[in-house]
Design a binder for this molecule. Structure first.
Ligand code: DUC
Ligand code: ZN
Ligand code: ZN
Length: 493
C-alpha cells in the first residue's frame, strides 16, 4: 500500500462512530463471543476487542458489561390496523403496535396488507401504505394476504408486487371471506414458484369447522370454550397435510403459520424428512395457554379465542420439542389485537353471542421475546443461539431481509437488543404499550428483560419503555427469499 492509501485507511479507521457498545456478550444464531460493536449511520461498521482504543471520536458509549446483545427481534407475523369486513376493528395501528413491539425488543415487524375478495391486490397494498405512513417507530415490511387470485392478480399484480419487494403472501384454507379452494391454491403456488415468493398458509379445514360449529350451536354450546372444540386439531392436521401435498405437486416451498400441536407438527416433520422445503411457525399462545383458558367465568374466555386454538399440556410439550429439534424455524406473536370491553372488539356481538362470532386473535407483540427467553432459554429448553434463530435470523432469511436484518455482522443494520438475563419481571397489562385492554399473560413471572433496543442505531426502548419517534421506522422492500427456491423436481411447470 502506498502512503496515501495508508493514510486514507487510517482516516477511515478514525472516522467518528455514532455509538460504541462495549463489553457485549454478542449472541447470534451461530456464535457467542465477547466484543465491542461500532455503529455508524445506522449500521454495524466494526466488531472486535478494544475498539475504544483508536476508534477516534465516539458519539455515545454504552457499557454492555453483564448484558447479552442479540439481534433486534423480527416479528414476522402480526396484524396491525388490518381492515376487517365484519365491523370489528383492530386496536393497534402502526403507532401503538410498533411502540409496543419496540418496548419488548422487536425492531422489525411484518404485518399484512390484506386483499378483500373483489379488490385489486395493488389497491390493498397502496391502502396499507397510506395507513402506515409516518406512524412506525421501528422498521416494517408487508406480507400480502391473497383472497382473490383472479387472472389480473395472477398475471399482473402479484408478479409486479413481488418484484417491488412484497415477496411473501398468506393464503387461507378456512374462513368464508378469505379461503381459497384447492385449485386456487395450486394456481398461487405455481405463481410463487415462477416468481420466487414465499407462501404462508393458514391450515385449517373450513368444512370440518363449519360442521362442528353447527353441531355445537344446535346443542346450545355457544360459550367461548366451544371454539376450541369446533377448531379440532384433526381439521388443522388435514389442512396442513393438504397444503404440503399441493406444494409438493408444484415443487415449491411453503410455510405453515401458527402451528398449535403435535398433529400438524407430525405432518411438517414428515414433509421435512422427505426433503421437502416445508417450514413451520409457532407462537407464544401454543406454549403458554391451553383450551382451559377459553373456559373461564362468563365471557372472559373470549380473551383467548384465536385460531387455531391453544390445545392441552401434551400439545405444549410437542411444540417445545419441535422448537428444540428444528421442525419450527420461526417464532412469531400472531398479535391480533381486539379489545375485550369494546363493541368493535371481542364483544362485537355481545356477551351472549356464539363463540363463532368472536373476533379471532390475541395480543402478544410486546411479550413474545420475553416469554421465549424466560420459558425457553432460562429454563434450558432451547439455547440462546436457537432463540436468536427463531426470533430474528430465520424470519429475516425466510422473508428476504437477510443479512440487512436478523444478525450482528459488519454491514448489517444496527438492530440490537441488550438483555439482562437475570432480571425478574411480572407481566402486567398496565405496563404494556399496546392499545389492547388485557394480556392473556397477566401475572406471569419471567426471568430476563430487554434493557435497551436499538433500531438502525437509534435507541427505541429503555427499561421496557419505548423512547423512539413515530415515523422513524422505515418501510423495507424484501428480496426474493433464497428459502423460497424450489428443489427443481417438478415436471412441466
Ligand atoms: N389467523 C391469523 O393468522 N391471525 C389471527 C386469526 C387467524 O385466523
Ligand atoms: Zn391465520
Ligand atoms: Zn395471524
Amino acid at each position: 500500500m502506498n502512503n496515501s492509501g495508508a493514510s486514507r485507511s487510517l482516516e477511515s479507521k478514525m472516522q467518528r462512530l455514532d455509538t460504541l457498545i462495549t463489553n457485549a456478550t454478542v449472541i447470534t444464531a451461530a456464535d457467542r463471543f465477547v466484543a465491542d460493536i461500532g455503529i455508524r449511520d445506522g449500521r454495524i461498521v466494526a466488531l472486535g476487542e478494544g475498539l475504544a482504543e483508536g476508534a477516534g471520536p465516539v458519539g455515545e458509549t454504552i457499557d454492555a458489561s453483564g448484558l447479552w446483545v442479540m439481534p433486534g427481534g423480527i416479528d414476522a407475523h402480526c396484524h396491525l390496523a388490518q381492515p376487517l369486513g365484519d365491523g370489528a376493528v383492530m386496536a393497534d395501528d402502526f403507532a401503538s403496535g410498533t411502540r409496543s413491539a419496540a418496548a419488548g425488543g422487536t425492531t422489525t415487524v411484518i404485518p399484512f396488507a390484506a386483499q378483500f375478495k373483489g379488490q385489486s391486490l395493488r389497491a390493498a397494498v397502496e391502502d396499507y401504505h397510506r395507513e402506515s405512513d409516518g406512524k412506525a417507530m421501528i422498521d416494517y415490511a408487508f406480507h400480502m394476504i391473497v383472497t382473490d387470485p383472479n387472472q389480473t392478480v395472477l398475471r399482473e399484480e402479484l408478479p409486479a408486487l413481488i418484484e417491488e419487494g412484497y415477496s411473501s403472501f398468506k393464503i387461507y384454507l378456512t374462513y368464508d371471506d378469505l379461503k381459497l379452494n384447492d385449485r386456487e391454491v395450486l394456481e398461487v403456488l405455481a405463481l410463487a414458484r415462477r416468481e420466487g415468493a414465499m407462501v404462508m398458509v393458514h391450515a385449517e379445514n373450513a368444512d370440518c369447522i363449519a360442521y362442528l360449529t353447527e353441531l355445537l350451536e344446535a346443542q346450545g354450546h355457544t360459550a367461548p370454550r366451544y371454539h376450541a372444540e369446533a377448531h379440532s386439531s384433526i381439521a388443522e392436521r388435514e389442512a396442513t397435510h393438504r397444503a404440503i401435498s399441493l406444494a409438493e405437486l408444484i415443487d415449491v416451498p411453503l410455510l405453515i403459520v401458527h402451528v398449535s400441536g403435535p398433529q400438524a407438527i407430525e405432518q411438517i416433520r414428515w414433509a421435512q424428512s422427505r426433503g421437502l422445503r416445508v417450514y413451520g411457525e409457532t407462537c407464544p399462545q401454543y406454549l403458554m395457554l391451553t383450551a382451559d383458558d377459553l373456559d373461564q367465568d362468563g365471557f372472559e374466555g373470549a380473551k383467548c379465542v384465536c385460531s387455531p386454538p391453544p390445545r392441552d399440556p401434551a400439545a405444549q410439550q410437542a411444540v417445545w420439542e419441535a422448537l428444540e429439534s428444528g421442525v419450527f424455524q420461526v417464532f412469531s406473536s400472531d398479535h391480533a389485537p381486539f379489545r375485550y370491553e369494546d363493541d368493535k372488539g371481542k364483544k362485537l356481538h355481545g356477551e351472549e353471542a356464539s363463540f363463532s362470532c368472536i373476533p379471532n386473535g390475541i395480543p402478544g407483540l410486546e411479550t413474545r421475546l420475553a416469554i421465549l427467553f424466560s420459558e425457553g432459554v432460562v429454563k434450558q429448553r432451547i439455547d440462546a443461539t436457537r432463540f436468536v434463530a427463531l426470533t430474528a435470523t430465520n424470519p429475516a432469511k425466510i422473508y428476504g431481509l437477510y443479512p440487512r436484518k436478523g444478525t450482528i455482522a459488519v454491514g448489517s443494520d444496527a438492530d440490537l437488543t441488550l438483555w439482562d438475563p437475570e432480571a425478574r419481571v411480572t407481566v402486567r397489562n398496565d405496563d404494556l404499550h399496546h392499545a389492547v385492554d388485557y394480556t392473556p399473560y397477566e401475572g406471569l413471572e419471567l426471568t430476563g428483560r430487554v434493557v435497551m433496543a436499538l433500531c438502525r442505531g437509534q435507541v427505541v426502548a429503555r427499561d421496557g419503555k419505548p423512547c423512539g419517534q413515530a415515523g422513524d421506522g422505515q418501510f423495507l422492500r424484501c428480496d426474493k427469499p433464497t428459502p423460497a427456491r424450489p428443489r427443481g423436481q417438478a415436471k412441466g411447470f
